[in-house]
Design a protein around this ligand. Structure first.
Ligand code: ADP
Ligand code: TRP
Length: 339
């Protein structure tokens, strides 16, 4: 059977370079390697977007972004999380076996409380990994491509699937899971090391919640402004530039094609002509590289965003297909737990 690949991106804001290089680029590659399912995590987004019209708009924009960046609906199944009613059912059933202690130590949750100043978190944020595990297990997923920050969530899904299998499948052996098939398949995370974390303009991880992004589909003027504001140090234009902890250097490495990066790297390390090798010069290279890399996708985005009916058609077909994958799994689960 074809490898089943599944992933999602929350529709909680504009997509940025981190989302592309950390996740979406890999989704697009993987659609050629198996049965790929990609969805817009619009239930998850409700933990941060609290305006219905905005939530709806961001869901559409996220779908269009996937398509513009190369997701091919004739190869991969693209759907909206909220079009799959089975997800809510599995979420609850899984939750009956999820240890509270796991959720309390979930890094995504702790990060929001400890670093992002959320003083009294809601249940939805706490329970977020359970919904995510339901997303993964509902479709018998084998591989889940995600950024590094999401790995723990996939580990949780594996642990809870194992717990479920042990509880409900007679003879299931967690040491030898191939012997008796479980109720749930055990998914594996896939991250790529070279672009595991894309830095933001300030050098922290690029994230919409840090306000340090370079966006994929913002107007050109805005992107230019974002690139100009990448943090640099005070090394004079003609001096060799340090390569450690320099978001501009790391961004050039991620965005430029290898040949162009090799030239930029050379100039960066040697200093040289002050008219061309100041940080402004490298920001120009980054902007140029960005336009090369995303120009075509940005044009497709503008076309598609104007054709809502076509996007809806793709999402409806995707949801139907995804529900087809979900049906046997939810049936097994219902039977096993006694519903
Ligand atoms: P954000 O941090 O902006 O809220 P999300 O949490 O919605 O982004 O991330 C969506 C996907 O993109 C996830 O798979 C995540 O791991 C990946 N991702 C987000 N930011 C980065 C980054 N800076 N570097 C690498 N991958 C990232
Ligand atoms: N939590 C993921 C993120 O930030 C989105 C997501 C939701 C997801 N459900 C998923 C990713 C299932 C992979 C598999 O971005």
């Amino acid at each position: 059977m074809a490898l089943r690949i599944l992933s999602g991106v929350q529709s909680s804001g504009r997509l940025h370079l981190g989302n592309y290089y950390g996740a979406i680029r890999e989704f697009v590659r993987l659609q050629h390697e198996g049965e790929a399912l990609y969805f817009i995590a619009n239930y998850h987004a409700l933990t941060s977007v609290r305006d219905g019209a905005l939530a709806r708009q961001l869901t559409l924009e996220t779908a269009v972004a996937y398509l513009a960046l190369g997701l091919d609906p004739s190869r991969a199944t693209l759907f909206r999380q909220s079009d799959i009613p089975e997800i809510g059912e599995l979420y609850w059933i899984l939750g009956t076996l999820v240890p509270m202690a796991n959720l309390e130590r979930a890094t995504s949750y702790r990060d929001k409380i400890e670093n992002k100043g959320i003083a009294s978190p809601e249940f939805g944020l706490f329970a977020y990994p359970v919904l995510m595990a339901a997303d993964i297990l509902l479709y018998d997923s084998d591989v889940v491509p995600v950024g590094r920050d999401q790995r723990q969530h996939i580990e949780f899904a594996r642990d809870w699937a194992t717990k479920f299998n042990v509880q409900y499948v007679p003879g299931y052996d967690p040491q030898d899971p191939a012997k008796t098939p479980g109720l749930f398949k055990l998914p594996l995370a896939r991250t790529r090391d070279e672009t595991a974390v894309v830095p933001g303009r300030d050098g922290q991880k690029m994230s919409k919640s840090y306000g340090n992004t370079i966006d994929l589909f913002a107007p050109d003027k805005e992107v230019e402004k974002q690139i100009k504001s990448v943090k640099t140090d005070s090394t004079p234009p003609d001096q060799p530039k340090p390569v450690e902890d320099q978001p501009l250097y790391q961004l050039l490495k991620v965005v430029l094609p290898p040949g162009a990066f090799a030239d930029a790297d050379q100039a960066w390390r040697t200093g040289g002509d002050p008219k061309t090798n100041g940080y402004g010069y490298f920001k120009g290279l980054l902007l140029e590289g960005y336009r090369q890399e995303f120009g075509a996708a940005r044009r497709r985005y503008d076309e598609l965003i104007a054709d809502r009916a076509e996007v809806e058609r793709i999402l409806a077909a995707g949801a139907e297909k995804a529900r087809g994958f979900a049906a046997p799994v939810i049936q097994r689960v219902r039977a096993a737990v006694g519903l």
